[in-house]
Design a protein. Structure first.
Ligand SMILES: [Zn+2]
Ligand SMILES: [Zn+2]
Length: 544
């Protein structure tokens, strides 16, 4: 048995997540469910990332205090996670007192350890709005790739982390005027001190996917710069350094610490306040992050450096499952341009379970994926409904109608029956090896493939004809098919927990089971099942 910390990228709560950011929460949920079925010890944590300039911009636009905005969206996300069956051990927020306290203590420690120093810096300043313009308060052209809507902290096009003064043709996001330059004292984290250790960490971590490894090595080879920890913003966590009154900590440099603080909060809530150390301070714990490729620098470089700077025995990320982007009908998601689907609206088009299926089926593991309504329809109608739903339903209704709802006692298994048996036996190992390699998409496809195999088996056997001439062979066929349904009940449960639960109820199963039980023919002849009802219905691809 192993210990795991499963982390999903913290949704930034200027709005509810769209499909492209929700995929990380969903992946973490699928993975945590899978590990639990395998008997592993797991904590799965994340929360709402609510500080920073975009929230302030949004709050100013709406004329409300930032906290009022994030309170509302945080609550909305909690309800939506429930609706999508995302069951994490702790979904918290960066305004949580535990997070604030942890962040301040960590930076006080870094100061004590000599990794924080002050420097006067020139910053863009808007004379019209009378404020400094850090991060996303300023936009301009990226000096590296020429993208024209690069923000002061990062370029969305090439992914590089930026300093606001590097932007060409900068503009204040509030009034559009060209900022002047003004000096302010800021506190810096001495990131370059960690360059060699980080290089070894990235080189030696064999788990990291190519996109994370290559991006990080390139950045480390280009050379690291000290990062400003403080900001002149009011909305954020007050900086704990002597003389830093009125300054707050840069949102990215505190939100990544949420993985630890959310674990501490989980431990406190479960009445074992030190239990988080059994995970974070235990060599051998596997720390997995489900994030998008745009977040690689903060998870592979900055977060590990912050943990190392404490001189405490933190484990570093073991795996950063950094997916490519999901595009929407060929374009980037954009709230302002109304391109995309957000997870609250998505439920108007189809039930949550259908979204769970389609999102994992298109999970962008090696290249960008393109969400289209047509493809959504195909995945739901031709796979969920016609393959999975159809196989389970026709097997169980046949048993309802022809065998008085009792799993038939089989005769001798012939070669074809034995082949199905063998496929069931091999399924948990085969699918586990895909999931162990973080290939969630292939793991799901292999599961659906079993249902396809079941359909094929039934079509070849034609029990609806066979029953008129050979009741024993029919009994054997339905016995075998029902075992396949039993395997699917377990194998599907990380991906489609509600469907799995419904199959479980229809099979009338109550005893607990684990992942490897899916390889067994575990339904006994004579076991009574419940009445079958269809699992899915077809959807139409047009937007309502
Ligand atoms: Zn760029
Ligand atoms: Zn301005």
């Amino acid at each position: 048995m192993g210990r795991w910390i499963i982390n999903a990228a913290w949704p930034y709560v200027n709005s509810v997540p769209h499909l492209g950011t929700f995929i990380h929460l969903l992946s973490a949920d699928v993975y945590a469910r899978y590990l639990r079925l395998r008997g592993e010890e797991v904590i799965a944590v994340t929360g709402s990332d609510e500080h920073g300039t975009p929230i302030e911009v949004e709050a100013i636009k709406r004329g409300v205090p930032p906290k009022q905005l994030t309170d509302r969206i945080h609550k909305q996300i909690c309800d939506l996670l429930d609706a999508y069956n995302i069951r994490l051990d702790n979904y918290t927020r960066t305004e949580s007192p535990v997070h604030i306290k942890y962040t301040q203590a960590l930076y006080a420690k870094l100061y004590e350890n000599g990794y924080i120093y002050t420097q006067n810096v020139n910053l863009p300043y808007c004379e019209v709005d009378k404020r400094f313009l850090p991060d996303r308060f300023v936009e301009g052209t990226c000096p590296h790739c020429g993208y024209e809507q690069a923000r002061g902290d990062q370029c969305d096009s090439c992914g590089r982390v930026l300093d606001p003064l590097e932007l060409l043709r900068p503009k204040c996001v509030f009034c559009g005027s060209t900022p002047t330059i003004k000096s302010s004292t800021h506190w810096f984290f001495d990131l370059p001190k960690f360059r060699d250790r980080l290089y070894t960490f990235v080189k030696e971590n064999k788990q990291l996917p190519d996109n994370a490894r290559n991006f990080s090595l390139r950045w480390l080879e280009e050379g690291l710069k000290a990062r400003a920890v403080t900001r002149d913003n009011k909305w954020g966590i007050p900086a704990p350094f002597p003389g830093a009154e009125g300054k707050t900590i840069y949102v990215w440099l505190e939100a990544v610490l949420g993985y630890v603080s959310a674990s501490i909060e989980w431990a406190e809530k479960s009445g074992k306040p030190d239990a988080w150390k059994d995970f974070w301070f235990a060599e051998g714990t596997r720390n997995v992050h489900f994030i998008g490729k745009d977040n690689i620098p903060f998870h592979v470089i900055i977060f590990p450096a912050l943990l190392q700077a404490t001189h405490e025995p933190y484990i570093l990320p073991w795996q950063v499952s950094s997916t490519e982007f999901i595009l929407f009908e060929g374009q980037k998601f954009s709230k302002s341009k109304k391109i995309g689907v957000w997870i609250d609206e998505a439920l108007k088009y189809a039930p949550a379970e259908y979204w769970r299926y389609v999102l994992i089926a298109i999970r962008p593991e090696s290249k960008d994926a393109n969400f289209t309504w047509r493809e959504f329809e195909t995945h739901v109608n031709a796979e969920l409904n016609d393959v999975l739903g159809n196989f389970v339903h026709r097997t169980l209704t046949f048993i309802n109608n022809q065998f008085d709802s009792a799993i038939p006692n089989p005769g001798t298994l012939d070669e074809e029956d034995e082949m199905i048996k063998k496929e069931v036996e091999q399924a948990p190992g085969r699918i586990a090896s895909l999931l162990d390699g973080f290939q969630l998409k292939s793991g799901l496809a292999a599961t659906i493939e079993l249902a396809r195999r079941g359909n094929q088996y039934l079509s070849e056997r034609e029990p609806w004809h066979l029953i008129k001439t050979d009741r024993t062979r029919t009994a054997t066929t339905l016995y075998v098919a029902s075992q396949l349904v039993g395997a699917l009940e377990i194998l599907l449960s990380p991906f489609l927990p509600e469907t799995s639960q419904r199959i479980r109820e229809q099979l009338n199963l109550t005893e607990s089971r684990n992942w490897s039980d899916s390889g067994k023919f575990r339904l006994e002849g004579g076991h009574r099942i419940a009445k079958a009802t269809p699992l899915f219905h077809k959807v139409k691809a047009t937007e309502p």
